[in-house]
Write a protein that binds this ligand. Structure first.
Ligand code: ATP
Ligand code: MG
Ligand code: MG
Ligand code: MG
Length: 477
């Protein structure tokens, strides 16, 4: 099956189970102080779960473009290094709002995976919530019972609260979840490791594909749990991982989702994919990052110096640096991937296709501007690390301020050289600049202090600072 057919089959399947199919929400979230980018399929239904909006359809399914590059879910550092975490990915989902519950959710998940997609039953594992004494939460025997109908009991693994209990926040709907994992190890390896329990993160070839969340409690302000009057189902399946499993590949990048992009990059750079670790990582980073950047722009978030815009700029600069250093692209190249991607998503997410020229232009302008200082910045960096064990704050700040290196790019460069960055000193240097730019916008006129906010340059400087502070904040979570 092609990836297009796989996506269509998902939607068709749930349509046949009376689900209403809705379009993906934009990946850029406006007007929600708690969220910058859509990071899960359920985001657009938050109000329904909280009971703050009326339920029009009690069964819904869709494919949602998601971005996990900030806040609670930040997978950026993994991307390109591993083969199954992306910045932007599609989350296929089906929902029940006070309609069906565990039995149907589990039965249909199994039916879809094994009968429609014909995945090998012997390679599937599932997890259920083991319970938690401190909260008086019992093991999810219900889910266990339904799974037992389909899968051998030694393939039903217990998971703790961290992995198998989902909560929206400190308050609100929550409940146990059940994950489905797919095992792509070779037969030899499987025979050798028989009896060992493996899930996502234990082995790069055993990956989590689908998460079924059963919302059955409401967490109150005082922390206690009460049963929800109406129970809900919220599922999310990683589309690119599913395609990998169905197409029998050992990397998401070997599927037809990423191959057109990888081939193009390989052809243009004259470097083969699958030959050397470093160039492979660079090709994966490029083919991944263009998706995040292009869809963010198409959904209304231009790269900029603050907040969500700066997150996008950072991702773009990260990609450009990989292209420059490892694939020898010294001229703007990244933008050339936009039309390819637009074609790929035609009829799926038309927002990109309709704006492809604009998106390409924005990406190219960003590239041109960053490439102007990149060469000198990298040269400065190379010279500096020759004589230093770690990057001090002032130098990291110089790279940031003069050469436009986001701090995580400097950290990445440092890691590649086996040195560390003095983040505390960097933050301090930022602070100093903040004070300075504040002072610069303040004109002392004797008894009066006038704030001069018409000076745009200073204002931009301040915003950069804000964005940086935020990034530092996010990284700690
Ligand atoms: P993982 O443990 O692999 O990081 P997760 O538990 O954080 O995944 P969920 O929040 O349960 O992921 O999201 C539902 C599904 O979305 C996952 O089962 C997975 O298939 C997919 N998914 C999650 N994060 C990513 C990502 N960064 N790239 C691609 N697919 C992802
Ligand atoms: Mg994760
Ligand atoms: Mg997980
Ligand atoms: Mg999960």
């Amino acid at each position: 099956m092609t990836s297009r057919e796989i996506r269509e089959a998902f939607l068709e399947f749930f349509k046949s189970k009376s689900h209403h199919i809705v379009p993906s929400a934009p990946v850029v979230v406006k007007n929600d102080p708690t969220l910058m980018f859509t990071n899960a399929g359920m985001n657009q239904f938050k109000d329904l779960f909280l009971g703050e909006a009326a339920v029009k359809y009690s069964r819904i399914a869709d494919t949602q473009r998601c971005l996990r590059v900030s806040g609670k879910h930040n997978d950026l550092e993994e991307v390109g290094i591993d083969t199954y975490h992306h910045t932007l990915f599609e989350m296929l989902g089906n929902w029940s709002f006070g309609d069906y519950f565990k039995k149907e959710a589990i039965t249909w998940a199994w039916e879809l995976l094994t009968e429609v997609y014909k995945l090998d039953k012997d390679r599937l594992y599932v997890t259920i919530f083991e319970g938690d004494d401190s909260e008086g939460l019992v093991r999810d025997q219900e889910a266990y019972g339904f799974w037992k109908e389909f899968i051998a009991e030694d393939r039903i693994l217990l998971g703790n609260k961290k992995d198998n209990f989902w909560e929206m926040g400190d308050m609100g709907p929550c409940g146990p979840c059940s994950e489905i994992h797919y095992d792509m190890r070779t037969d030899a390896e499987r025979a050798q490791q028989k009896g060992q329990e493996l899930v996502n993160a234990d082995h790069p070839q055993v990956i989590e594909v689908w998460n079924l969340v059963f919302m059955q409690f409401n967490r109150l302000k005082n922390g206690s749990l009460e049963p929800l009057p109406a129970k809900h189902v919220d599922t999310g399946m990683g589309f690119e991982r599913l395609v990998r499993a169905i197409q029998g590949k050992t990397s998401n990048y070997d599927t037809d989702v990423f191959q057109p992009l990888i081939s193009y990059i390989s052809q243009k750079s004259g470097i083969q994919y699958g030959v050397a670790e470093q160039t492979d990582i660079a090709m994966r980073v490029l083919s991944d990052h263009i998706r995040a950047v292009a869809f963010a722009i198409a959904d209304g978030q231009l790269p900029s110096n603050n907040k969500a815009g700066y997150v996008i700029r950072r991702i773009l600069r990260r990609a450009v640096r990989y292209a420059y250093t490892f694939l020898n692209f010294k001229q703007p190249f990244f933008h050339e991937l936009v039309p390819l991607l637009a074609d790929q998503f035609k009829g799926v997410f038309d927002e990109l296709y309709q704006q492809r020229d604009f998106v390409e232009k924005v990406v190219m302008e960003e590239e041109v501007s960053f490439l102007r200082t990149l060469t000198t910045g990298i040269q400065r960096f190379e010279n500096y690390v020759e004589g230093h064990q770690f990057i001090d704050g002032d130098f990291a700040f110089e790279l940031f301020d003069t050469y436009g290196f986001p701090i995580d790019l400097t950290e990445l460069l440092a890691r590649e050289k086996g040195v560390t960055v003095d983040m505390e000193a960097f933050t301090k240097a930022l602070q100093v600049q903040k004070e300075r730019s504040r002072a610069a916008t303040t004109i002392d006129t004797g008894d009066w202090v006038t704030v001069n906010d018409s000076d745009e340059v200073d204002f931009v400087g301040y915003d950069v600072l804000q964005a940086q502070t935020e990034i530092l904040k996010y990284r700690k979570v």
